[in-house]
Design a protein around this ligand. Structure first.
Ligand SMILES: [Zn+2]
Length: 129
């Protein structure tokens, strides 16, 4: 993993959230726990704060696709996107940095800047071998 701290930048991370009531971990963060219905309050002022769980590391490719119609901010002809499953059972989608993707192949996920929209960096997942 690239160490962004030497550039004075925070290391990108993507988080799942953990329900304080029943412990279900979910990503992307839901407004209501899918298991017990506990409410999540992103401001943390009304309801209990939900613990953040860092996502990344070993995962398995479930499905992938090639996307040609790209939004503003990309300067390539197409991108590969994949859906993976982490060891804890959570699923996430992101960019696939593999030439020949195969369903069920083992990958490694890391968080990175996926695009820069008018100076705002958007974090997402990159999957690679
Ligand atoms: Zn819950």
């Amino acid at each position: 993993m690239i160490d962004f701290s030497v550039y004075g930048k925070k290391t990108p991370e993507v988080f799942a959230v953990k329900c304080p009531n029943c412990g279900k971990v979910d990503y992307p963060a839901p407004m209501l726990c899918k298991k017990c219905g506990e409410r999540r309050d992103p401001s943390g002022s009304i309801f209990k704060d939900w613990e953040k769980v860092s996502l990344g590391g070993p995962c398995k490719l479930l499905a992938w696709t090639r996307v040609y119609a790209l939004p503003e901010g990309f300067d390539v002809k197409y991108l590969l996107f994949g859906i993976v499953e982490f060891e804890n059972g959570l699923r996430a989608s992101g960019r696939l940095l593999v030439d020949q993707p195969e369903t069920n192949m083992k990958l490694n996920a890391r968080a990175d800047v996926i695009r820069d929209v008018k100076g705002v960096e958007i974090y997402g997942f990159m999957f690679e071998k």
